[in-house]
Design a protein around this ligand. Structure first.
Ligand code: PMP
Length: 443
């Protein structure tokens, strides 16, 4: 993989750098690597280097890179009719609506389609406001919900800072972060209860990732989410679960909410919905919420709401999860992954914590295990240059494994099809890469 020096860029990488604005970056630091092929859990760059995809790209390639059923469904739909206006329908859209009602818990039954996670959140916020007639949204600090204006306003991580003050009424609460916070996860819930009481009857929804993704793979205690739903409802607020990253088998259940046996009022999803074969977002609501819009206008929509090709990919992706038993498989392989991460923790003093559920796991690095000192502050996410954790991820790349990282955590979210042997290969690469953080520890 390119080491980032401009001289090494090939023609395509150079064109891209000259004409494409990179996401979330100082453009001077953008150094794209051209990817030319993907097969199973692996992908290949233009120099022929092969990588195990230990993070499913941006925690979205849940089906790996050669799910032929999905790519064939895309080609067929594009050949039949690629797009119709949202006031028409297609078999793909209707079937996907039906499938989502089937795989989501409880009385979640009707879907608003969009094209991304952030749009799924925007729809959820507007629906919650219209339904309750209230304005505020309580979300948590260690969260990411998307880059568009409403979604970045309810996002708690430092990426929100550049967009502040943002949407009015976006209030942040503490997190269930046992390793790095002084507040006990269940105590943080009672704090939210008090917040809602003090806000009076003005909060439309409490919005959480049931298992926090990019902000560090935070799995709350078993009782947390059921109690949060109770607290929200006690105060007349809806519970929105953002399943954009945790959904579609990532946790070993269909959805992160299923891990805790909770049916939220609204669920948002994207990423694994098509296994990233097409951009597609979905906001699924309960019967009651859907019924509210029978006689009140749903004042929301997009040209590409329910795009036929994207919906065809969604149907084929869900059929693949079902027919290949990928959800159960993720739960089993997840246990193996957990054990292998424990081996890394034993071998490397800079591994402060390993945590997660299913094939959704994190390795939090620390300069000082007893004091749990992070390698960088959360705000470093916005600074120029690379952190020690970035360097560990880059070193894993040198050893043939791609791993995403955010703030102090390496994020492990491979395709659900990964085998134990492939996990071993990736663990060997991380074992070598973690020398970098071990060497950077303080005495
Ligand atoms: N919610 C969560 C939990 C996410 O992880 C993300 C993306 N990482 C989003 C929302 C936003 O999704 P998108 O990038 O598709 O807009």
């Amino acid at each position: 993989m390119s080491d980032g020096s401009a001289a090494e860029l090939n023609e395509i990488e150079r064109l891209d750098k000259d004409h494409v604005l990179g996401t979330w970056s100082y453009q001077s630091e953008v150094s794209p690597t051209q990817i030319v092929d993907g097969d199973g859990v692996r992908f290949t760059d233009a120099d022929g280097n092969e990588f195990i995809d230990f993070s499913g790209q941006l925690m979205c390639s849940n089906l790996g890179h050669s799910a032929s059923r999905v790519s064939e469904a895309i080609a067929e739909q594009a050949a039949d009719v690629p797009y119709v206006a949202p006031n028409y329908t297609t078999e793909a859209r209707a079937r996907l609506g039906e499938k989502l009602a089937e795989v989501t818990p409880g009385n979640l039954s009707k879907t608003f389609f969009s094209t991304s996670g952030t749009e799924a959140i925007e729809a959820a916020i507007k629906i919650a406001k219209f339904y309750t007639g209230k304005d505020k949204v309580v979300s948590r600090y260690r969260s990411y919900h998307g880059a568009t204006y409403g979604s970045i306003s309810v996002t708690g991580d430092p990426r929100r800072l550049a967009a502040e003050p943002g949407m009015p009424g976006a209030i942040k609460a503490p997190d269930p972060y046992a390793y790095g916070s002084t507040m006990d996860p269940m105590e943080s819930l009672e704090y939210i209860d008090e917040m809602l009481m003090l806000e009076g009857d003005t909060v439309a929804a409490v919005l959480v990732e049931p298992v926090v993704g990019s902000n560090g793979i935070l799995v709350p205690p078993e009782e947390y989410l059921p109690r949060l739903k109770e607290i929200a409802h006690d105060h007349g607020a809806l519970l929105i679960c953002d399943e954009v990253m945790a959904g579609f088998g990532r946790t070993g259940e269909w959805f992160g909410s299923d891990v805790f046996g909770v049916t939220p009022d609204i669920m948002t999803m994207a990423k694994g919905l098509t296994g990233a074969y097409q951009p597609l977002g979905a906001t699924v609501v309960t019967d009651e919420i859907a019924a509210h819009f029978e006689d009140e206008m749903l004042t929301h929509g997009h040209t590409y709401a329910g795009h036929a090709v994207a919906c065809a990919a969604g149907v084929a992706a869900i059929e693949t999860y079902q027919e290949e038993n990928l959800i159960e498989r993720a739960s089993e392989t997840g246990e193996y992954l957990e054990a292998r991460l424990a081996d890394l923790a034993d071998a490397h003093p800079s591994v402060g914590d390993t945590r997660g559920v299913g094939l959704f796991r994190g390795i939090e690095l620390t300069k000082h295990p007893e004091k749990r000192v992070p390698f960088g502050e959360r705000a470093d996410k916005l600074a120029k240059g690379s952190t020690v954790v970035d360097e560990v991820a880059a070193a894993a790349g040198e050893h043939g494994t791609y791993v995403a990282n955010m703030i102090n955590t390496l994020i492990i979210a491979p395709p659900l099809t990964i085998t134990e042997a492939e996990i071993d290969e990736a663990i060997d690469a991380l074992d070598a890469a973690l020398e970098v953080s071990d060497d950077a520890m303080v005495a």
